[in-house]
Design a protein around this ligand. Structure first.
Ligand code: F7E
Length: 324
């Protein structure tokens, strides 16, 4: 039985990855932040299953800023594979919390790389990198060879973590992999990301609980995939003979406006009556033309996205209606 350790196990990707690994007969360990809900949101079904919780799924209290707690958790888990997903991942907030973002997202990754390298049997290491490392790219679509050029504090912190992962691979012989993840969504997406914000608002407006939806730049474009597809790619990245970096993306651009139209249409409402743009929600800098070329992941990992943008938004709207 392989053992895995996931930072950020409580989040969207961490919880889907835990489910995938458990289904593949792994023993799964995850670090949770002291003071967090302890996985109540997305891990509740797994925690309620007596055949799983404390049998093949174990949670450890350890903040990514706390090297001692992380070391203890890693020593207890003795993992074969470490998936580092924890971060301050909101790009907009990274402009207000610059230092915190760099500490958690940048230094947190270095801290973990150093701990992992010093374990008696260094496990394989996955770093959840981001399309934000490309920032304002000169080539489109972006792939693993595209030069980094971050334009946000979050993108800069992720670039540091990505480069450190490469440095530990090249210089310390660690089996370290960057998954360069473009946007990926699901009903488990945090509420302050644009897809979830729109789908939640649409369900609330439909049921008379909300009157309008205020957004930032609705002409902004992204390459949006589905989190369950990307988590499969994350796992595949660590199952190869040699460590490398992979772009996980769909290769297709959509506008925030497209999400608005799809989501309102799904409940039979006219978006024009409810949506308003607010200058305050525009970001000081927002990457343009971030669209990925996942050809390498397809060629080497046999990975391809299976769930479309339209299916993802439809699923998210349905989940919000059900929750209401
Ligand atoms: O914004 C625009 C916003 O916050 C998407 C994270 O997972 O993907 C994610 O970062 C776009 C941007 O995601 C609102 O300006 C307009 O252009 O959903 P988002 P993100 O910033 O792209 C990357 C790959 C990551 O690595 C990150 O961790 O939508 N937008 N109006 C808005 N965005 C938000 N949040 N709220 C609005 O009202």
């Amino acid at each position: 039985m392989k053992r895995a350790f996931i930072t950020g196990i409580e989040g969207q990707d961490g919880s889907y990855l835990a489910e995938l690994l458990l289904a593949n007969h792994y023993e799964v360990h995850g670090s949770i932040r002291p003071g967090s809900s302890g996985g109540e949101k997305h891990l509740s079904a797994l925690k309620a299953d007596p055949k799983i919780f404390q049998k093949t799924l174990f949670l450890h209290q350890a903040d990514v800023e706390d090297a001692n707690a992380l070391r203890t958790a890693l020593e207890q888990a003795a993992p074969d594979e470490v998936y580092h997903l924890a971060s301050q991942s909101h790009v907009g907030q990274s402009f207000e919390k610059v230092e915190e973002t760099c500490r958690i997202t940048g230094m947190g990754t270095l801290r973990l790389l150093e701990l992992v390298r010093k374990l008696p049997q260094p496990p394989r290491f996955f770093h959840a990198s981001s399309s934000e490392i490309f920032g304002s790219p000169e080539q489109s679509p972006q792939d693993e060879t595209t030069p980094v050029n971050p334009i946000t504090p979050y993108g800069s912190a992720k670039t540091f973590g990505t480069q450190m992962t490469r440095i530990y691979r090249r210089n310390f012989g660690l089996f370290a992999v960057n998954g360069i993840l473009f946007n990926h969504e699901s009903p488990r997406r945090g509420e302050n990301f644009v897809t979830r914000k729109i789908c939640r608002a649409v369900a609330a407006i439909k049921s008379g609980k909300q009157k309008e939806l205020t957004l930032g730049d609705t002409s902004a474009q992204r390459d949006w995939g589905n989190a369950r597809d990307y988590v499969r790619g994350i796992w595949l990245g660590l199952q190869q003979q040699t460590p490398d970096d992979y772009v996980f993306a769909t290769g297709r651009l959509h506008r925030v406006q497209d999400i608005v139209e799809l989501a309102f249409e799904a409940v039979g409402l006219d978006w024009q009556k409810y949506v308003r743009q607010e200058k305050q929600l525009f970001r000081p800098a927002d990457p343009r033309q971030l669209v990925g070329n996942p050809a390498k992941a397809k060629r080497i990992l046999g990975w391809e996205p299976q769930i479309s943008f339209e299916q993802t938004i439809a699923e998210m709207v349905q989940a919000e209606l059900k929750a209401i």
